[in-house]
Ligand binder design. Structure first.
Ligand code: ADP
Ligand code: ADP
Length: 228
């Protein structure tokens, strides 16, 4: 589904963020990218939806070289959730969630119905939480809205960059468990960045262990934990 072939990224200031990455993620697989800050995890993710272009190498999505894809069309196929989900403050949660269906040209009622369905999917009540404004939600609830919005166009691929990094540990564990249930239902191909090895182990079908710009190990949680 996603294939990196000898991908490197050197930023304009000479920083090598990612060095000769080759790996493959199967359809429906959830791969966690784990490692210390600054080792290239976010750069890897942003190259998948072309927020960043590789310096060399190529990335294939479903066998197609993404450098030839239209970025807007590409991003419809890729949901993206970051640590501090940005919601429109003057729109309700339901309206925020309906934004993508709207952009896809859906009629208002159909977009709102889809938004309600998505909110339910992430454990929010469309009629109560949906009518609130983002500031009236807890941090954990806002991240759920971010996940709902990322799923709106029903993309086959989800990029999650520390989506639960800013919520407290109890809520985080709750969100992790719910995300696993959700993933069992929606069956997306997921790249999930975290610096927390416990989270990587709990969520990942496989784990890519990053060290300085490279993947040092790419294996199942059991194999990673069993490593010396
Ligand atoms: P991680 O997500 O693992 O924290 P990043 O991919 O964000 O790592 O960053 C990898 C390296 O690239 C770091 O050394 C970081 O400082 C550097 N970097 C990230 N973005 C830029 C940029 N726009 N310009 C220059 N260097 C950058
Ligand atoms: P969580 O455990 O998910 O972080 P909180 O303890 O922050 O939730 O909030 C508990 C409940 O109070 C939630 O249902 C949330 O929607 C509601 N809530 C939190 N902040 C506000 C607010 N400013 N206005 C209205 N309701 C709020």
């Amino acid at each position: 589904m996603i294939r990196f072939e000898q991908v490197s990224k050197v930023y304009a200031d000479g920083t090598t963020a990612v060095d000769d990455l080759t790996f493959e993620v199967a359809a429906g697989e959830l791969v966690t990218l784990v490692g210390p800050s600054g080792c290239g995890k976010t750069t890897t993710m942003k190259m998948v939806n072309r927020l960043i272009e590789p310096t060399s190498g190529r990335i294939l999505l479903d066998g197609e070289d993404i450098s030839a894809a239209d970025p807007v069309e590409l991003r419809r196929r890729i949901g993206y959730v970051i640590q501090q989900v940005g919601l429109f403050p003057h729109k309700t949660v339901l309206e925020n969630t309906a934004t993508v269906p709207h952009l896809l040209g859906w009629k208002r009622e159909k977009a709102r119905a889809r938004a309600a369905e998505l909110l339910e999917l992430v454990g929010l009540d469309p009629s109560t939480h949906g009518a609130r404004y983002p500031e009236q939600l807890s941090g954990g609830q806002r991240q759920r809205v971010g996940v709902a919005r990322a799923l709106a166009a029903d993309p086959p691929v989800l990029l999650m960059d520390e989506p639960f990094g800013a919520v407290d540990p109890v809520v985080r564990e709750h969100l992790q468990n719910e995300f696993l249930k959700l993933q069992a239902e929606v069956d997306k191909t997921v790249l999930f960045v975290t610096h927390d090895i416990e989270e990587a182990v709990r969520l990942g079908d496989r784990i890519a262990v990053y060290g300085h710009g490279r993947i040092e190990q790419f294996d199942t949680p059991a194999a990673v934990l069993g490593a010396p």
